[in-house]
Design a protein around this ligand. Sequence first.
Ligand code: ADP
Ligand code: MG
Length: 604
Amino acid sequence: MSDIIQLLPDHVANQIAAGEVVQRPASVVKELMENAIDAGATSITLLITDAGKTLIQVIDNGKGMSATDARLSFERHATSKIKDANDLFNINTKGFRGEALASIAAVAHVALKTKQEDEQLGTQIKIQGSKITDQDVISTSKGTSISVKNLFFNIPARRNFLKSDTIETRHIVDEFQRVALTHPAITFLMHHNGNEIYNLKESNLRKRIVAVFGIKMNEKLVPINEKTDLITIEGFVAKPEFSKRKRGEQFFFVNDRYIKSSYLNHAVINAFDGLLEKGAHPSYFLYLKVPKSTIDINIHPTKTEIKFENEKDIYAILRATVKHSLGQYNVAPILDFNRDNTLDTPYNFNTKTTTSTPKISVDPNFNPFKNSEDNYHHEEVSFVKQSQSWESLYTGIDTSETTHQQQLFNQEETTENGKTFQIQKKYLLSSIKSGMVLINQNLAHQRILYEDFLESITVNEATSQQLLFPIQISFSKSDIEMIESMQTDLENTGFMFDTISNESVVIKGIPTSITESKIALLLEQLLEDMKIEVPESSFSHFDVMAKSFAKSLAIKTGTALSNKEQENLVHNLFSCKEPAAAPSGKATFKTLTIKEIDAIFNSH
Ligand code: ADP
Ligand code: MG
């Protein structure tokens, strides 16, 4: 038999290897920014066009490269940062594997301009799919500028795999934030499609965190400080009452490197013991310093996971430190960040009469999918999948059965006069002809509101109430960008914006179904949900929005309801298109037939 093994050509090998380092535009952002930091830059600018799909450019004022180094920098395993394997355990730089530029150059059109301080002239190199197409002597300022265009131009499958601009931008902002939070002394600038997203001046840790997340962050922070032989811990945790319903602002930096660690996260959560409401996630920004020889960074190509030699001790110290600081700052256990909701009158119930039930009047010509290739991969969303029509939005819940249940209930409800009882301020119990029905008031109300919102957003019938005094709410810049991207959608629900500036929005009108006091909460929840649910099409945008609003505004467990309100809730639920499940997919009600009830008593 003849030999069949051959070495892959370099450009193919590079392309394969690139897959490890460059998964999406944000990976390029991370690598280029880290190189700028390794080059000793004090000012770094990131320019993005079309979520990085068209252009990613990083400009630094670091030490630059010689003409030879500039050429070499694109070779695989070309690095100035380590010399032998021993150096792997004494790493002072972000990079050391020497594969980022080679990987990026394998899958994009790259242009490099660089000049060292003491040189008159600099070097320009253009490279496409690992081939140098151009090298010139140019005049340029000190430092390096690398622009990466048309990412994955030669791997269409990869390019098609990229998510919507909103999501890819979100990933880029995440990477940018991580780097900016690691290096408060460096000036950072970020522009997207010509708009300034961040302009971060040289500062200290606390100010940098506030500059990134908005001025409201300042009051939330509890400082953390601990120094032992094994580890130094610095940074902040947010007071428990400012916990988020979704994970988000949770950052560990180990020796100036952002890392992910569910183990350390557990230590922090543990320190909040008893201070957090179930399902709440505390924000934290924790900077750990350990001796370089006690960690292994080289276990993951993107270097976001590391191994600690003294993992257990670090866990214990971290937990104790956070716990101590929380105690010292007298952080009282405030557990009720839902309180406002609970005390309020249930949405719409004071104005609604039994006859004005929400009708879902669907425009049969409306096709939310007509101009978008939808691949909505989110597993938790059970009913928006590759759907072709409005009706099938509700697939995933067994339609035939629920429709049947609904009819059953409607018939039965009219035959009895539907006396309803509230149990534990949580469930409604109603007798029906075949037995009884038990309804979860919160989940049922979510369903009602969800359909209401979805209708008003997509069928454009929203009504707005003008505010006498416009309200101003401050947000971080990245949140502002998100609000801007949702502006039209929000306006379709009845929001009216006066101004959207860099740091705040001024709202002059709100949907009639929402009370003014809830606006801030509602928008914050929406931003959180948008970050987590990552909607991929304009329709799923609406869907996430409707779900988020419904969740924010639904009457909570623990709310006493009058008879009238109970009846309205039951009636409105069964006027829904899909009464059987909340937007999250959980069941809203359960029926027990007389037979089933009999069986309870006859079983012996
Ligand atoms: P690594 O960072 O792991 O060394 P890279 O492929 O990211 O590998 O970069 C290769 C080399 O190119 C670096 O070691 C460095 O010498 C040089 N280099 C890359 N980016 C810059 C920059 N912005 N300024 C100066 N030198 C750079
Ligand atoms: Mg690098």
